[in-house]
Structures are given as C-alpha cells and as structure tokens.
Design a protein around this ligand. Structure first.
Ligand code: UGA
Length: 448
C-alpha cells in the first residue's frame, strides 16, 4: 500500500502508474480542487495516456485520492513525498516549505511503522534533515524510517518513464528500508522481466541519491547549452549548427540526443535545478566546481534575446540601447508550452519570448494546442488565438517557439495565404526549411 503526497505532474503520474502496476494507492494533496478533479477521473494537466490510466485504475478500486493526512497515515506502508521544491522568491536556492509541511504533518499522524521516501528534487543534505523532522514528529517507538529515491520522468513521456524507467536509484540507511523500497518497486521489475528487459537498480547512500538527480539535470542542461553555444558561434561564422550537431552526435561518446539547438531549455525542472545546485554547492564550499552552470544559464537566456534581435532585423527595425522598437508590427507566436506534448508553461522560453516581443511594442498573438489556459494565467497581457489559422491571420512575422507536431506538419503553402508577410523564425529548428523556402517564405533558423 503506497501513498503519494503532492499530486502535481510527478505525484499524480506516479500514483496512477503504480496503481496500474497493481499496488493499492492513495494520492494526497492539500489542493481540494485538484483532488476532486482526480477523484472524478480528470487529470488536471496534459500528459499523453494518463487520463485513460486514471479512469481504469479508479474503476479497479486500487486508486483513490484524498486531502486527509490521517487517511494517508492510516493507509500506506510506504509514503512517497512528491511535493514541489520551487526556486525561492529571494535567491537561487530551493524552497523546502512543502517538504517540511508534508513530512511533519504525516509523521505526527503515523500509528505504525512506515517508510517515508523523498522523490522531490532537493538540495543534497535534505534527506538527513527529513530524518530529523521525522525523529521530532513521529512516535519514537514506531521505527519510522526515511529513504530517498529520485525520479527522472520527462513530461510528455511520463507514463512510459514511470512504468519503464531506465534506472531506479535508492538512497537507504538500513536493510529494512532497502527491502521496503524493493517491494514498492517490484511491479516495475516484474513488468521489465515480463518484457525481457532489465531495470538497473542502484542502492546507495542519501547524499549520492540526492546528487544523482541534480547531476543528471545539470548534465542535460549543459548539453543543451553546449549546442546553443555552438549555435552562437555558427551564427557569426556562417555555419549550420544542425549539421554540426548531427556530425558530432555520430560519435557514441557524445550521442545525438539533447543536442537540439534552439530557444533553449525551460520548464519546472532544469532551470531551477541548476540554480539550486549552484546555491547548495556554494553553501558546502564547492561553489567553484559548479561555476560553469552559471555560464550554462547565461547561454540559455541569451537564446531568448537572439529571437528578439532576429525579429527586429527581419522586420527592418533598428535596435536602440533599450532593445528594438517593434511597434506597429504583428507577430504570430506558435507555442507557449516549454516543450511539445505538455501544457506546462513554467519558465517557458516560448512564453518569455512572446512577452519580450510584446514589450518591444509588437502586437503579439499566441497559439498553443494545449497550453493556452495556463499561459493566460501567467501572461495575461498577451493575446491568445484558439486556432493556428486565427493566430497567423494578417501576421507580418511568424515565430515557431515550441516544436508541436501541428506546427512541424503544417503546410507552408496554405499558411502563406493567411499572413501579411511570409517571414518565419524557426526557434526550434523543427521546420522543413526547403519546403518553407519553396513556398516563398523567408526562413531563419537558430544557429544556421
Ligand atoms: C527534465 C529531465 O529531462 C528529466 O529527466 C527530469 O526527470 C525532469 O526534468 C525533472 O527534473 O523532473 P522535463 O523538464 O520534462 O524533464 O523536460 P526535458 O525533456 O528535459 O526538456 C527540458 C527543456 O529543454 C525543454 O524546454 C526542451 O525544449 C529543452 N531542450 C531539450 C532543448 O532545448 N534541446 C534539446 O535537445 C532537448
């Protein structure tokens, strides 16, 4: 019997998928509206395949949702902490308020031995601190223990990543905790065995388990910023970063994934994780070791400014010290989500660029197949279209900033008939350049 505390992208997906694997599961959140939606069979965010699994597992009776700590404490043997750890309002560190609240409230209500497992991305040292919280708030006679098991799911592929992870990492102190965590993942191992796969299991200490997660995200962010730095060089040297990426990617030591140059990384994880990692390393006296992550962040944000500059140039506008003046121009922005197949707009490059274009005076209209509702909340000053065609109508310039299939597969000939000017910036290098050029468009990619 498992519980998942915090039913955001992470916890809801885990709760639903672990019910699918055969466990009895309760999902907990303090947000009553969210819990009501989930209990009613509706996933409160866009994640391919998750709605069907939610409904099937509610129907099976293995999955339910609640807002009561008592119910959670009473029900489960293993409790997974899946709450958010956002960037602090002041500074770069992670805000652990939600971890603290959920752990202390749960611990105080436990009446039998249980394992509390952290899944949220946290600064190294948090597991030990959680252990102290538990020691302070749980009944000492129960023998409640703590473990850490980071998750690596990617939005848009979350169901697959949970059911068929490429590794499981657990940080444990005792054999009992190790055995409990093994039991809590047996469904994953059994599914792999049935499909003739293996899921590597790494059993380690707290600090390593916590670090694995941020190290993985720091590596991915670095890989993206590396190729975006190459894009910057290509832009001034007259090279093509897509050819360059392809060519270096053939070397298996480098690999061709996560080498997509464009408007950079965003989302609720990579940007805040590399900042929190630097802040924590600094506290520990190893700040120098991660100084390069500051550069990774800078390369990433420069990509956004690059689109603004390109737009001004294509529209024949001069840039002053305060940036370009785009007043009187109409720009269609395709994409608001931080990546395709997601409705998540947290730290989205697409939305940040749309806002910057509008701030420079352009009349900006944004279209996204899934993220408009979330985008409206974060950037209410922008105008939104409910269709691709409506967004493009009369535009002087089109910026493709999230590589949704709907944009990649759109017919440039037909789109050309809708706009006032056939200018396109391909912020994700996802369009078929020859096709667009043949249809009469002036095409600008990133780093090409
Ligand atoms: C990321 C990691 O990939 C997951 O392994 C991790 O579990 C997750 O964070 C997390 O910490 O929870 P996610 O934020 O869903 O997953 O998104 P990614 O697929 O990693 O993409 C991040 C950003 O990088 C997106 O904005 C994407 O457009 C951008 N990106 C990705 C590029 O600009 N170029 C690439 O080649 C790849």
């Amino acid at each position: 019997r498992l519980s998942f505390l915090g039913t955001g992208y992470l916890g809801a997906t885990y709760a639903i998928c672990f019910a699918e694997l055969g466990y009895e599961v309760v999902g907990f959140d303090v947000d009553e509206a969210k819990i009501a939606k989930l209990a009613g069979g509706q996933v409160p965010f866009h994640e391919p395949g998750l709605d069907e699994l939610l409904r099937a597992n509610l129907a099976s009776g293995r999955l339910r949702f609640c807002t009561s700590y008592e119910e959670v404490a009473d029900f489960a043997d293993v409790h997974f902490i899946c709450v958010g750890t956002p960037q602090r309002a002041e500074g770069m560190g992670a805000d652990l308020t939600f971890v603290e609240t959920s752990v202390t409230r749960l611990a105080a209500r436990l009446r039998r031995r249980a394992l509390i497992v952290g899944k949220s991305t946290v600064p190294v040292g948090t597991a030990e601190w959680v252990e102290q919280l538990v020691a302070r708030h749980a009944d000492a006679g129960l023998g409640v223990e703590v473990a850490w098991s980071p998750e690596f799911l990617q939005e848009g592929f979350a169901v697959e990543d949970v059911l068929r992870p490429n590794r499981i990492v657990v940080g444990v102190r005792t054999e009992w905790a190790n055995a409990m965590l093994y039991a809590a993942h047996k469904g994953v191992f059994d599914l792999a065995a049935a499909e003739d796969r293996e899921v590597p299991l790494v059993v380690t200490d707290f600090a390593t388990a916590e670090l694995v997660k941020v190290a993985a995200n720091a590596f991915l962010a670095t890989k993206i910023s590396f190729i975006n730095a190459m894009a910057e060089v290509c832009e001034v040297a007259g090279g093509d970063v897509t050819q360059l990426a392809k060519s270096i990617g053939y070397d298996p030591r480098i690999g061709n994934r996560f080498l997509q140059a464009g408007v950079g990384f965003g989302g609720g994880c990579l940007p805040k994780d590399i900042r929190a990692f630097q802040a924590r390393a600094q506290e520990l006296g190893a700040g120098e070791a991660l100084r390069f992550l500051h550069e990774v962040d800078l390369v990433n944000t420069r990509r956004r400014a690059r689109v603004l500059g390109l737009a001004a140039r294509l529209l024949g506008r001069r840039s002053g010290p305060a940036g370009p003046d785009l007043s009187g121009t109409r720009i269609a922005v395709l994409g608001a989500a931080f990546k395709p197949n997601s409705d998540d707009v947290r730290d989205s490059p697409a939305l940040a660029i749309a806002a910057a274009l509008a701030k420079a005076g352009a009349e900006v209209r944004v279209y996204d197949p899934q993220a408009i509702e979330n985008a409206r909340r974060v950037a209410p000053q922008l105008t939104y279209s409910l269709s691709l065609d409506g967004c493009l109508a009369g535009a002087d310039l089109v910026c493709v900033l999230t590589e949704w299939a709907e944009f990649r597969n759109a017919d440039p000939q037909a789109l050309g008939a809708l706009v006032a000017g056939k200018l396109v910036i391909d912020g994700r290098n996802c369009l078929d350049e020859p096709l667009w050029t043949a249809a009469g468009w002036t095409y600008r990619g990133m780093g090409r």
